[in-house]
Design a protein around this ligand. Sequence first.
Ligand SMILES: [Zn+2]
Length: 359
Amino acid sequence: MNDYIGRPAGRRGFLKGAAVALTVPAALSLVGGFPATAHADTSSLPDYAPVPPGALGPAVNADGYFVGNIAGNLYWATDSFYQCMFLTTLEGVVLVDAPPTIGNNLLRAIQAVTAANGRPSTVTHMIYSHSHADHIGASVLFGPDVTRIAHANTVPLLVRDADPNRPLPNVTFEDSYDLEVGGEYLRLDYHGPNHAPDNIFIYAPEYATLMAVDILFPGWVPFDYVAVSQDIPDWITAQSTIMDYPWETLVGGHLGRLGVRADGPVQIQYMADLAASVKTTYSSLDPSPYFANYGPQGNAWAIFKTFLLAVAETAAAPVIAKYTGVLAAADVYTVDNAWTVLESLRIDNGFLGPFGIHP
Ligand SMILES: [Zn+2]
């Protein structure tokens, strides 16, 4: 059991992981066995600011994963890129998500934990946080007899995707669902579309733990284009909805460490700062050079692309400066995030700038 930690990884755990969590072998395991046949020009890859040590999680083991106890019978697993959690009950394991990059290591993690705590190792229930393959694409490993639970909106998405690695759920719900298995309890809540139209919150009140995926990224900025989310205004709101739950531990679905409550306000402020900067920039940046350059060629798309990118880059600059060293990868993804915030400001909020109602 000495590869387990107790409560969410403490500062010591983070610092220990900082040195080794993202070693080359760990990164290679993400593409393990992938037969690369094409190679891009990598001679001018950009340099980025160092990852703050507090953003990293515990070191992975030789197999490329870490499994830890959250509280009581609730555990989590990570490969430093993705996360999932599982509850060991008197009747079997309830697994929430099965990221393919953790893949077969999830079987090893569950086996190790249940061998140690004496509870049955069979996964009897699976919960899908949402339909995306990068979070549930190893569902198939748990066989056909598992009770799979998801939001009702997940069904048509998975029917459309027809991915054999993501079997359809056989239990669905609309608003909330109480799951009781072998003396353990989880509550599933739907709060509307945000990252995806079927994204749900998985709450373990007894263990003060919430799992909500692709919304809050403890210690990091959201990945590209606001985590490729489909409803940006609702995603912004969902950050606060997460904080409305009285959790002490957040399983965010990504990266190497668990979330603590202090992570919430930092990301919420980052997104607010970005929105404010985008709004100011879009109100003031002169679009005429872009029209002058591409207008004569009739290249409308070139005008949109270059002007909106200029807005995103200009708006991102002060936010990158403020959050470098605070949130990991602020310099990697803030321009992309600014671009998405800008497009949402335009098409959702009707803040159209030079593309508003013609005089
Ligand atoms: Zn997703």
